[in-house]
Design a protein around this ligand. Structure first.
Ligand SMILES: Cc1ncc(COP(=O)(O)O)c(C=O)c1O
Length: 415
């Protein structure tokens, strides 16, 4: 079978997520996925299993402890395979914001007074503030601003602002407001020619397809696991050659034992183990759609990513078109997804009412969404949008259906 005649089986997908059967949520169209996604039963089962049978201190020789430790290692290994990294290049922390503050503290050692750090005004604050704080050690912060006509972070602008003093570029893989996907590989190529470290925020990208970090060649990449169908944790990937050089921010006796040296403390055990459930879900998804079982985990992920992208295009493009054609709304970002140039994270404002009121009307019609600045207040400021009222954001995931898209458009018509 070729990909052309395989489509994502959305009924199968939805059958894996208990929220679609739960009395509280089953009648709602859930469009707040960029805030946090639902979890499949595999994740819930893994969490329950851990809490029931192995909720003890891991890595001792008695069976409950041994299995707990083995499962923690297994979760890390599987995630490394899924994003094509090595196991010792992965750190699991409480959130992306925490991971990036911890990382900026560690990278301080590479910054001398007068060095430059590039941040953007398209990013979520989590990938801005930790770097701006390095002004405290003498760094000069340069803002890479997006083009207000097309909302894009332009490569030609980056070429102009980097110079021999630039040490770090912190940039989002995908804006959580504009939805555009930035070319991290191209940015990294330019950065590496100039000995610059790239930190990419993949929080809005990863729910639509786990990245291949080696292909991107990025130095650090982070995403929030609670938005990729898991518990409230976040993953930070770092290239081994750089991780090795970072200072020990953990207990003294761990000196040299990277990556355990980066986070001051260990991860949440039960949630870490539940990540096996994300892998199992994707493995099940692959097996449901494809026959060839003899390919690597990261290649399976790539096949699923393609299915997901095609489905997301199909369910998001009618919404983008509706908003773009409408006299009443102002769509932010590209009006069509093609070739994964945009995520199905759709922000807009109304020309007739506040975002708060618009969001309330959608909620009154069982559309789960909200208005906010989604912590990308610099982006909203550049767009001239009141950061308190913010935008309304409809953010889709692969488990959303075309029926939900049609329902949303009907509700738009009504309100
Ligand atoms: C693009 C983006 N980056 C970073 C973050 C911060 O993630 P966390 O909540 O895990 O700190 C978010 C959260 O919404 C986000 O959307």
């Amino acid at each position: 079978m070729t990909l052309e005649n395989i489509k994502l089986d959305v009924d199968y997908v939805r059958s894996q997520f208990p929220a679609f059967k739960d009395p509280l949520s089953k009648d709602w169209s859930f469009f707040e996925n960029a805030g946090g996604s639902y979890v499949p039963c595999n994740v819930i089962n893994k969490l329950t299993e851990f809490m029931t049978s192995t909720k003890v201190q891991p890595y001792a020789d008695y069976p409950m402890s041994k299995i707990a430790g083995e499962n923690m290692d297994k979760a890390t290994k599987l995630f490394a395979n899924m994003i094509n990294s090595k196991e010792n290049e992965i750190l699991i922390g409480g959130s992306t914001s925490i991971n990036l503050y911890v990382l900026s503290n560690a990278l301080k050692k590479f910054i001398s007074p007068g060095d430059q750090i590039i941040v953007t005004n398209q990013d979520h604050e989590a990938n801005i503030s930790p770097w701006r704080r390095l002004e405290g050690v003498g760094a000069k912060i340069i803002e890479w601003q997006f083009n207000l006509d097309n909302f894009e972070l332009e490569y030609s602008t980056l070429e102009k602002i980097i110079n021999p003093k630039t040490k770090i570029i912190a940039v989002t893989h995908c804006s959580n407001i504009i939805g555009s996907i930035n070319n991290i590989k191209k940015i990294t190529e330019l950065a590496h020619k100039n000995n610059i470290i790239v930190i990419a925020d993949g929080v809005s990208y990863a729910p639509h397809g786990f990245p291949d970090v080696k292909e991107l060649d990025v130095d650090f990449y982070t995403f929030s696991l609670y938005k990729t169908y898991g518990p409230h944790l976040a993953l930070l990937y770092g290239k081994e050659e750089i991780l090795k050089e970072l200072p020990n921010q953990n207990h003294e006796f761990l000196n040299g034992k990277y990556p355990y040296t980066i986070n001051p403390g260990g991860p949440n055990h039960e949630e870490l183990v539940s990540l096996i459930g994300i892998y199992e879900y994707f493995e099940g998804l692959y097996n449901h759609h494809f026959q060839n079982k003899r390919i690597t985990i990261s290649n399976k992920i790539k096949k699923i990513n393609e299915l997901i992208s095609l489905h997301e295009e199909e369910i998001a493009n009618p919404i983008l078109k509706y908003l773009d054609d409408s006299e009443n709304f102002k769509l932010i970002g590209k009006n069509k997804i093609s070739n994964k140039n945009r995520a199905p994270t759709i922000s807009f404002t109304s020309k007739k009412m506040s975002s708060k009121m618009l969001s309330k009307k959608l909620v009154d019609n069982q559309i789960a969404t909200r208005n906010d600045n989604f912590y990308a207040w610099r982006c909203l400021k550049a767009l001239g949008i009141d950061a308190d009222d913010g935008v309304v954001r409809i953010s889709l995931a692969h488990y959303n259906s075309i029926e939900e898209t049609k329902k949303l458009i009907k509700v738009f018509d009504k309100i």
